[in-house]
Ligand binder design. Structure first.
Ligand SMILES: [Zn+2]
Length: 135
């Protein structure tokens, strides 16, 4: 795995590092099938890092059960996640600030009982869990 903050790579470099499914989602902004993700119903304690570059993105303490079919977080690490409005003007894409990898989308004001009332809807393929006990 690359060091955090190693930044931008060429498409070819990413293809060599990532699995085909990771490449499809992280680099081509794909979406994993609803309810199939490794972390959808996962509740381990630790940190989720970017599957592309290893930058810490979310703490497990910010993960909540939204029932949407993908892992949901109410808050990322400060500065770790970029937000970009989708061209359709309806959704906001979230990406890893270090490598630009596509994570998913963020939704606000849905009424979830969380401190931020935001839902970061993230593909399991885009993140990697590291247990608190192994850090
Ligand atoms: Zn990254």
């Amino acid at each position: 795995m690359a060091e955090p903050g190693s930044g931008q790579k060429s498409e070819e470099e990413w293809r060599a590092i990532l699995s085909p499914e990771q490449f499809r989602i992280l680099r081509q902004k794909g979406t994993e099938a609803r309810g199939t993700g490794e972390y959808n119903k996962f509740n381990g304690e630790g940190v989720y890092t970017c599957a592309g570059c290893g930058t810490p993105l979310y703490r497990s303490t910010t993960k909540f059960d939204s029932g949407c079919g993908w892992p949901a977080f109410f808050e990322g690490f400060p500065g770790a996640i970029n937000r970009t409005p989708d061209p359709d003007g309806r959704r906001t894409e979230i990406t890893c600030a270090a490598c630009g990898g596509h994570l998913g989308h963020v939704f606000k004001g849905e009424g979830f009982a969380t401190p931020t009332d935001e839902r970061h809807c993230v593909n399991s393929v885009s993140i990697k869990f590291a247990s608190a006990s192994t850090q």
